[in-house]
Design a protein around this ligand. Structure first.
Ligand code: CU
Length: 157
């Protein structure tokens, strides 16, 4: 039997489905709610390096969760080693991890915190996309494709 009643039931079922999806999305996958990090990565880029000895990489890690996390390492097939550096004045310092604050972001940028790739397998060119895997203290690893930009590129912001 079809008719208005069946249509109404379908609509009600669809509405229920939407409500359920919204509830799940709101939950963020964390049973406890706000006590865990919820990370996403954006704005990644790598200026084309002048030589294959060394390159820099920049990403922004946004944390919408209520707990901080730490970026503990980065791996890429492009380089034998990726290290994390902070910058104070004009001096760089290698660090073991970089903090991703709760309800905040870790923003790597020229003249600030950055990734340093050494011993590259080849010299990447503008337009290439380089795979990076970001590893965190508590969140699952995040894999991204990092576009290679001109050497003098600066993000608009
Ligand atoms: Cu550096």
């Amino acid at each position: 039997m079809t008719g208005p009643a069946a249509g109404a039931r379908r609509t009600a079922a669809a509405a229920l489905g939407l409500a359920l999806a919204a509830a799940l999305a709101g939950c963020g996958g964390g049973g406890g709610g706000d006590d865990r990090p919820e990370l996403s990565v954006s704005g990644a880029y790598m200026p084309q390096p002048p030589t294959p000895d060394m390159a820099a990489g920049y990403v922004t890690v946004t944390n919408k969760g209520g707990a901080a996390d730490r970026l503990t390492s980065v791996t890429t097939p492009l380089a034998a080693e990726v290290t994390m550096h902070t910058t104070t004045g004009t001096r760089m310092k290698r660090v073991a991890s970089l903090k991703v604050p709760a309800d905040g972001e870790l923003r790597l940028a020229t003249g600030g915190d950055h990734l340093m790739l050494t011993n590259l397998t080849h010299k990447p060119k503008v337009g290439d996309k380089v795979s990076f895997t970001l590893h965190f203290a508590s969140s699952d690893p995040i894999e991204i494709k990092v576009p290679v930009e001109p050497t003098t590129y600066r993000p608009k912001d």
